[in-house]
Design a protein. Structure first.
Length: 156
C-alpha cells in the first residue's frame, strides 16, 4: 500500500478552486495587507512626536548644548539631575557621540496609570570608533514629550 502524494493532492485542490473561491482568497489577503499597512502608519504616527523630541535631545547632546537638552527634561528628570551635573555629563559624553544617530527601535505606550511613555533607541558610532547603544525614555507632560531618562552602553 502506498501513501498518497500530499503535495500533488494539495496542488490539485488549490488549482481547482473555482474563480469565486480564488476571488474571496484575494479579498482576504488584500484585507490583511491593508490592515498591516494601516497598523504601521498608526504606529509611526503615534511615535512621531516622541521621535522628534528624542532626535532634538540627541542633537543637542552632540552639539554640547547642555541648556537646550536640559530644557527637554521632564519634571522628574530635573528633580534627579541638576543643570550643573547635566552640563558635566554633556561635556563628557557629547564629544564621544559624534556619529550620525541611527534609530533602531521605537516604542510608545499609553496607560491610565502612567500616561503616555516612549522609548527611542539609537546606535551611534563614537569618535573612538565604538558603536554605542543609546536609549532615550520619554514621558508626555502637558501634551509635550519630555526626556525622562537617558542611557548609553557600548554595543557588544
Amino acid at each position: 500500500m502506498s501513501l498518497p502524494n500530499i503535495q500533488q493532492e494539495s496542488e490539485v485542490a488549490v488549482g481547482s478552486l473555482p474563480k469565486k473561491g480564488r476571488s474571496k482568497l484575494w479579498k482576504v489577503l488584500g484585507g490583511v495587507a491593508v490592515f498591516v499597512v494601516v497598523l504601521i502608519l498608526v504606529v509611526n504616527w503615534a511615535s512621531q512626536g516622541a521621535l522628534k523630541a528624542s532626535d532634538q535631545f540627541i542633537a543637542d547632546l552632540q552639539d554640547l548644548n547642555a541648556d537646550s537638552s536640559y530644557d527637554l527634561f521632564s519634571i522628574k528628570a530635573k528633580s534627579a539631575v541638576s543643570p550643573v551635573q547635566w552640563n558635566t555629563a554633556v561635556k563628557q559624553a557629547g564629544p564621544i557621540l559624534s556619529g550620525k544617530p541611527k534609530v533602531t527601535h521605537k516604542e510608545v505606550s499609553t496607560s491610565t496609570e502612567k500616561g503616555s511613555e516612549a522609548t527611542i533607541s539609537y546606535e551611534i558610532i563614537g569618535s573612538d570608533n565604538i558603536v554605542y547603544s543609546i536609549a532615550v525614555s520619554l514621558v508626555k507632560e502637558n501634551d509635550t514629550w519630555k526626556v525622562l531618562d537617558f542611557g548609553s552602553k557600548r554595543k557588544q
